[in-house]
Design a binder for this molecule. Structure first.
Ligand code: PYC
Length: 325
């Protein structure tokens, strides 16, 4: 149970951005909340959900902020555990968030350069903190569940997409016909939301029955139509997150899902680099290993610390809304 207290709760947090997308790391955990990442995820989606809302929503947070609670490791081989959350609940994994947390812990002097095993609710990942500060995240095995699914989007027509897992579920669409640029954000958001409603209503789910809560609109460098992909990038993507906000980074789990599609189509060889660009123009480099039948992507990017302090949640503050379920 979430403790009830009259005293304001003070949560130590360090903010960073990874290729433009923010992460707020609760670096000393949340008092009273313990367990494995899967147990903490269930608690944050259950009895502790009001605390997630108080941290992520205005006036303490904002819609595109991703939170991360850093946990002591369960396994002696791991450096730490982490659970990510946003304005609508928890995430299975988060690529940009993992890069941000690693950079933050290194800035605090809590993590040395080298390889670190990290426990997440969807399985262990490994992060390599490079001497130059860049971070590579070897993600969970990623896969394509369905290829070329047709979806009728009201007011637009039929589009196609791949349903793929990269630590979260994605519907990756190429034939959307939209330019992926900063001056088209509203159109990209509206279309992605209509697409998600359409495939949800049609009963499309991940192969584990979970909702496909991320939409990725992609343009490859080789695609025609005059749409811009920056020089040296292989693709430019727009990712709509579950809370209807767009990812400022190229999205680590989305890039992993895309790499799984490319591997399945024989379009990217193991070890070859895929450069994925965000709508902002920031980039992740991705490679993958084939381990048995698994596709295991590695995403590399940079993060920078932007804030170090405490969030204060006063139970007497009506805008903390701690009493709401
Ligand atoms: O980088 O995996 C990611 C991510 C998921 C949601 C926002 N960013």
């Amino acid at each position: 149970m979430m403790p009830t207290t009259d005293a304001p709760m003070r949560l130590r947090c360090v903010d960073s951005h990874t290729e433009g997308e923010p992460t707020r790391a609760l670096v000393d955990g949340i008092p009273g909340l313990a367990g494995s990442p899967a147990q903490v995820r269930a608690a944050l989606d259950g009895a502790w959900a009001p605390l997630v809302r108080a941290m992520m929503h205005e006036p303490r947070g904002y819609a595109w902020l991703v939170g991360a609670v850093v946990l002591p490791p369960a396994s002696p081989r791991a450096s730490f555990g982490v659970v990510f959350f946003n304005n609508v609940g928890t995430l299975g994994m988060c690529g940009h968030g993992t890069i941000g947390v690693v950079r933050t812990l290194s800035a605090l002097g809590r993590l040395a350069a080298g390889d670190h095993l990290i426990e997440t609710p969807v399985g262990p990942v490994t992060a390599r903190l490079h001497a130059d500060g860049r971070v590579s995240v070897r993600n969970v095995p990623s896969r394509v569940a369905q290829h070329g699914v047709a979806v009728h989007v009201p007011g637009h027509g039929v589009v196609h997409g791949d349903v793929a897992w990269g630590g979260n579920w994605f519907f990756i669409c190429h034939d959307h016909g939209l330019a992926i640029s900063m001056d088209r954000l509203q159109e990209l958001t509206d279309f992605s939301m209509r697409l998600r409603s359409a495939y949800d209503a049609a009963g499309l789910r991940g192969d584990d029955g979970a909702p496909i809560d991320h939409v990725e609109l992609s343009i490859d460098a080789g695609d025609g139509g005059g749409h811009r992909v920056g020089s040296g990038a292989d693709a430019r993507g727009f990712v709509l997150c579950p809370g209807a906000e767009w990812d400022r980074s190229p999205c680590g789990t989305g890039t992993s899902a895309r790499v799984a599609c490319l591997a399945a189509q024989g379009r990217l060889a193991p070890g070859a680099t895929w450069v994925q660009e965000s709508v902002l123009g920031t980039r992740f480099e991705a490679t993958y290993e084939r381990i048995g039948t698994d596709i295991v992507p590695t995403i590399t990017g940079s993060a920078h610390v932007t804030f170090d302090g405490w969030i204060v949640i006063d139970p007497a503050d009506p805008l903390a809304r701690l009493g709401e379920r």
